[in-house]
Design a protein around this ligand. Structure first.
Ligand SMILES: *Cc1c(COP(=O)(O)O)cnc(C)c1O
Length: 463
């Protein structure tokens, strides 16, 4: 294993061991269906199109970088989730993945409900006409104003996350003369990431109330005593980018165990169980996500089986996919600014965005794919690192990327599967302007979130 460290530390310019990379793809011009939105295709002229529009035209009209979102794909995925779960379950789209008013309207039209976790997300949802009863309000530290706003608006449920919050929501609801429907979020001691899960994970995290030591049972006792609250169910969310159903199996087993204890102690069967989100998508060709109908079947069977064993009526299930709905629907379109070959070390391809439009690589070591999209190329594959324009050596977009060796300034490259947690986590680092989100459908393109301007920046800076 050879590793040569940069003076700034191994994190900044580590040279990974030989053989770490998968082999270059057989055809650099091919677009793996798994990681690209449904209508993305490479035309006979080599230029990639989405929704029937080529990326060169999109770059001319909207500039780069830009998030290009395939509206037909978004709607199809939303519908697939809705259809998979049918009328006995509810699908709540997790707004934190990406939220805008157009998205709220699409969700509304496709019959999905919506999770929000801040006053800003709630305001966006309400302003775009999402019926309040189809909104769930999450968060481990909702402010009194946020709770008041949510209760007054009439949100369908507030997910209680702590003992102080149980009292807070009850008090606010009562003072508004309302009885708020609530769920209690529990931590079941299951932690799931990608291909593995831990069934005995520490409950050492800021979210939820632990099942351990009877804490969740105590939370239920308190919630049932308060007039301002109507307890409708138990909520559990075990992680993100999950491919393996076994984590959900253990979580469902433990949540149903609590429902049984509640029945035995209080003589009531809570009508709902929420299993959260976290279902994985393909960022690279190595990822193999499951289809919504397989997930629905698995989750419904797991809950049914557990309830039968506990002799409980099967509660209404809800799920909260965010990434699995919006993630695959968008790619980020960048223009190449410089190609820097460091002999014997690495080739750096710098694009006109970076960690301000995609923080996931720096934050989670996330892996992405990338392709040259403004033309095809017969050049040999070149192993490169795609980096941004920020003053930070951790500003990496794609750590290890195979691109054609004739890549040059002015080429457009695209990083697929950036629909979730990219625009929603975007920053203004270096006073870089946040890119627009451009929705493309049937040959028409429009910005659903426009590009930030220098005027926007200066408006916030009040001197
Ligand atoms: C983040 C989150 C989700 C969505 O997670 P995805 O990985 O985007 O599916 C759902 N529910 C809760 C409570 C969350 O915190």
């Amino acid at each position: 294993m050879s590793r040569s460290a940069h003076p700034a530390g191994p994190r900044h310019a580590d040279v990974l061991p030989e053989g770490h990379y998968s082999a270059p793809p057989a055809d650099l011009n091919a677009l793996d269906r798994k990681v690209w939105a449904q209508t993305v295709a490479r035309g006979a002229d080599g230029v990639v199109t989405v929704g029937g529009i080529d990326v060169i035209r999109l770059a001319e009209e909207f500039g780069t970088p830009a998030y290009i979102l395939d509206e037909a794909d978004f709607r199809a995925r939303a519908r697939a989730w809705r259809t998979a779960f049918g009328s006995d379950a509810d699908v709540f789209y997790a707004g934190k993945a990406f939220l805008s008013r157009a998205v709220v309207r699409w969700l509304n039209e496709e019959g999905l409900n919506l999770d929000v976790c801040s006053g800003g997300e709630l305001a966006t949802a309400l302003s775009a006409g999402m019926p309040a009863e189809r909104i769930a309000f999450h968060g481990n530290n909702k402010s009194a104003q946020e709770i008041e706003r949510a209760v007054s608006a009439g949100v369908g449920r507030i997910v209680l996350d702590s003992f102080p919050e149980i009292v807070r929501v009850a008090h606010i609801a009562q003072s508004l003369g309302k009885r708020q429907r609530v769920q209690i979020r529990v931590t079941v001691g299951v932690e799931a990431h990608t291909h593995e899960f831990i069934a005995t994970a520490h409950e050492d995290q800021k979210f939820g109330i632990p099942l351990a030591d009877g804490q969740a049972a105590e939370a239920v006792r308190r919630a049932l005593q308060l007039d301002g609250l109507e307890l409708i169910g138990i909520h559990s969310h075990i992680g993100s980018q999950i491919f393996d159903m076994s984590g959900f199996e253990v979580a469902a087993h433990r949540v149903v165990g609590l429902l049984k204890d509640i029945r035995d102690e209080h003589g009531i069967e809570l009508p709902e169980i929420d299993l959260g989100g976290g279902l994985g998508i393909a960022y690279t060709s190595d990822d193999d996500p499951r289809e919504p109908h397989e997930i629905a079947k698995a989750l419904t069977e797991i809950v049914g089986r557990e309830c039968e064993a506990a002799r409980l009526r099967t509660p209404r299930i809800s799920v909260e996919p965010g990434r699995a709905v919006v993630g695959p629907t968008a790619f980020t379109l960048y223009e190449v600014g410089t190609v820097k070959k460091l002999e014997g070390l690495r080739t750096y391809v710098s694009v006109d965005g970076g960690m301000s439009d995609n923080i996931r690589t720096a934050l989670y070591d996330a892996e992405y794919s990338v392709a040259l999209v403004s033309r095809s190329s017969d050049a040999a594959p070149m192993l490169a690192r795609v980096v941004g324009k920020h003053c930070e050596s951790g500003d990496i977009v794609v750590r290890d990327a195979f691109l054609p060796a004739d890549l040059a300034p002015g080429d457009l490259i695209a990083v697929p599967a950036t629909g979730a947690y990219c625009r929603s986590m975007a920053s203004n680092y270096n006073h870089v302007l946040r890119p627009p989100v451009v929705a493309v459908r049937d040959g028409a393109a429009r910005a659903i979130v426009r590009r930030e301007t220098e005027e926007d920046l200066l408006l916030l800076d009040v001197g």
